[in-house]
Design a protein around this ligand. Structure first.
Ligand code: F6R
Length: 244
C-alpha cells in the first residue's frame, strides 16, 4: 500500500484529484469508479477547476458509481445520482450517457442486474473510495459474508446514524442500498482511499496498523490490491498513531 499523509483534508482532496487527472491524461477514455459522501465531495471541485481551465478533458471519460440508496429516485435531493450531477457531471464536459449510477427505484432486482452488466462492460481504471465509521467501502458492511458482485446491502445502524446528517430526520434515511461488491472494487486497476476525521480512526487503524484482512472491517480487504493509495491527513495519522 502506498500511504500518503497530508497536512490537511484540503491537501488530501487535491492529491486524490491529481491522481485521477493523471489517469485521464494518460487514458482519455478512462473509466472512473466514483464515490459520494463528504470525503469524496472535496475531490470534485479540483476536477471541475482543472476542466474549466482547459487542463482536463472529460469528453471521452466514462464513470460508474459505487452505490445508490434503495427508495430514492434519481432526482431526489439526497440520491447519489443527484449528488454526482451537482458535484461533477453538470460542471464538466462529460457525456452524461457515459455516466452510470445504479437506479434506486423501480424493479430493484432488475436494477442490480443492470448494475452487474454495466460493471462487466469495461474495467474501472481508477476507483475513488471513502470509508465508513464501521469500515465499509461502497456499502459493503461488516459481516460474516462479503459480496463479490453488485448486490442490495442492508445498512448498519452506525451507517444510518452517520448519514442522518443529510436527511431531515433519522427515519428518512434509507436502510438499503445497491452497492458494488468487494470483488468489483478489488477488480479496479487502481484504488484511492481517502479518510479524514476521528470517527474513522478505529477503521483506519485496522487498515494501516496491522496485516489482518477482517470481514468485520471490510476496508482491510484493499490490502490485497496491488495498486492502492491511502491518503489521510496528519490529524488522523496522529489519532491512530501512524508514523509512516
Ligand atoms: C459513498 C460510499 C461510502 C462513503 C462512506 C464515507 O458512495 O460508498 O462508502 O464513502 O460512507 O462517507 P463520508 O465521506 O460521508 O464520511
Amino acid at each position: 500500500m502506498n500511504i500518503i499523509v497530508t497536512k490537511n483534508f484540503e491537501q488530501t482532496c487535491e492529491r486524490a484529484a491529481c491522481m485521477i487527472a493523471d489517469v485521464i491524461r494518460q487514458k482519455p477514455d478512462a473509466r472512473l469508479g466514483l464515490a459520494t459522501g463528504s470525503t469524496a465531495q472535496g475531490v470534485y471541485p479540483h476536477l471541475v477547476k482543472a476542466n474549466r481551465v482547459g487542463k482536463l478533458n472529460f469528453s471521452r471519460v466514462s464513470t460508474i458509481n459505487l452505490d445508490e440508496y434503495v427508495g430514492l429516485a434519481p432526482d431526489h435531493p439526497q440520491s447519489y445520482r443527484r449528488f454526482m450531477d451537482e458535484n461533477l457531471f453538470d460542471q464538466v464536459n462529460i457525456d452524461k450517457s457515459n455516466t452510470m449510477v445504479a437506479k434506486g427505484t423501480g424493479d430493484i432486482e432488475e436494477n442490480v442486474r443492470a448494475f452487474r452488466e454495466a460493471l462487466a462492460e469495461k474495467p474501472i481504471d481508477v476507483q475513488l473510495l471513502g470509508i465508513g465509521v464501521d469500515g465499509h467501502v461502497g456499502f459493503n458492511e461488516p459481516g460474516e459474508v462479503l459480496y463479490d458482485g453488485a448486490h442490495v446491502a442492508e445498512l448498519d445502524e452506525s451507517t444510518i446514524d452517520a448519514n442522518a446528517r443529510f436527511f431531515a430526520t433519522r427515519d428518512g434515511v434509507p436502510t438499503r442500498a445497491l452497492s458494488m461488491g468487494m470483488g468489483d472494487i478489488l477488480r479496479a486497476k487502481k484504488l484511492i482511499l481517502l479518510a479524514t476525521g476521528e470517527s474513522k480512526a478505529a477503521a483506519m487503524k485496522g487498515l494501516l496498523l496491522n496485516e489482518e484482512l477482517d470481514v468485520q472491517n471490510p476496508a482491510t480487504l484493499v490490502k490485497m490490491h496491488p495498486d492502492v493509495t491511502v491518503i489521510i491527513d496528519r490529524a488522523l495519522a496522529e489519532d491512530i498513531g501512524y508514523c509512516g
